[in-house]
Write a protein that binds this ligand. Structure first.
Ligand code: ATP
Ligand code: MG
Length: 328
């Protein structure tokens, strides 16, 4: 069986973008692969976090991951800071990643523009920690949205270089990017990707938003001034809504165009909102149930940490040996 790794930051409540671009695939891949899924709280502190909120968001993100269908009996489901190998491999790999390589990362450029008063070293080296996360589990595939493609390319470069220098150590991973839903756009600005840390709550659908809120946010979604529900260049807002509807219902763009021919944007937006609200209903219900039983969640993430520690420690020992660290 091949191995899969992926992670999500507890920087807020998961959005529809995270769900359609990543988590939905995590769930589908569980039956065919050995999967390790992680709440990456160490990545989250590259931007300012309120400690109390971070703690709460971490537990919620973990519960949400299970609520979406990640099964802790099938997959290793854990929290990054519980497994110390991530920090250990991060350091080793930081020493074989170049300043120039990291300077080219567009996420760093975007986030340093967004948080100009906190351009910290961790934000800059974020991709190295991500490389460590992935390589520790000897992952073959990494299901992510399109925004993470560049970091995956870096992961491959670092792994190949390390293998060439020290001998075969890491499996070279490939990104797994869905054909549809890999980049869900903001509802408030359809030229920007939907992000859970967006300051404008109208830009994103949180997967825990109430059905009324979801419908309301879709009704307000920014579109264009013509009237046709059609997937076409230049119609970013409508293209985004069509992508969302198609991913959620399985209907093709042609079907959607036919269904909404001659109808206005109002009807269309309401239909998308209702379809999404309905699609997310079971997730919300599972989440409420899980959050009511903290001791169950705790037992899951404790076991996940033990499993992840065991798998990743093997890689870590191999790495230390290769680079010439004297064993204790
Ligand atoms: P932040 O704004 O804090 O970076 P985020 O919404 O980008 O939050 P991440 O935790 O960084 O979420 O990413 C988790 C996963 O969701 C990644 O695989 C990422 O590629 C994917 N993802 C994020 N945003 C989108 C989006 N708009 N469409 C599809 N996939 C997305
Ligand atoms: Mg992100």
């Amino acid at each position: 069986k091949q191995t899969i790794f992926s992670g999500i930051q507890p920087t807020g409540i998961m959005t529809l973008g995270n769900y359609l671009g990543a988590i939905k695939n995590w769930v589908e891949l569980q039956n065919t692969y050995n999967c390790a899924y992680c709440i990456v709280n160490m990545h989250a502190i590259t931007v300012k976090q309120d400690p109390k909120a971070l703690k709460q968001h971490t537990l919620e993100a973990y519960a949400l991951m299970l609520a979406c269908g990640v099964d802790p009996e099938k997959s290793v489901a854990f929290i990054q800071s519980h497994v110390t190998t991530h920090a250990e491999l991060n350091w080793v790999l930081a020493c074989s990643t170049q300043f120039g390589e990291l300077s080219r990362m567009t996420q760093f450029k975007d986030k340093s523009k967004r948080y100009p008063d906190n351009i910290n070293a961790g934000l800059f080296t974020y991709p190295v920690l991500m490389v460590a996360d992935i390589l520790l589990y000897q992952s073959n595939l990494v299901p992510v949205g399109i925004d993470q493609k560049q970091h995956l390319e870096l992961t491959r470069d670092v792994a190949i270089r390390f293998n060439n220098t020290y001998g075969n150590t890491f499996t070279i991973p490939e990104p797994y990017i869905p054909k549809q839903g890999a980049k869900i756009m903001s509802l408030a600005d359809p030229t920007k990707k939907m992000s859970k840390s967006d300051d404008n709550v109208n830009g994103f659908i949180s997967i825990l938003d109430k059905p009324e809120t979801i419908v309301k946010k879709f009704k307000r979604a920014v579109t264009d001034s013509d009237m046709e529900v059609a997937y076409r260049e230049g119609k970013d807002g409508i293209n985004n809504l069509m992508t969302i509807l198609s991913t959620v219902t399985g209907d093709s763009f042609e079907t959607i165009e036919r269904d909404f021919a001659g109808k206005g944007y109002g009807d269309f937006k309401t239909a998308v909102g209702e379809a999404v609200a309905e699609h997310l209903r079971p997730v919300r219900e599972n989440f409420d149930r899980l959050m009511a039983d903290k001791s169950y969640l705790e037992s899951c993430y404790k076991r996940g940490a033990e499993q992840a520690e065991k798998i990743s420690r093997r890689t870590m020992e191999k790495v230390y040996k290769k680079i010439g660290f004297l064993p204790r």
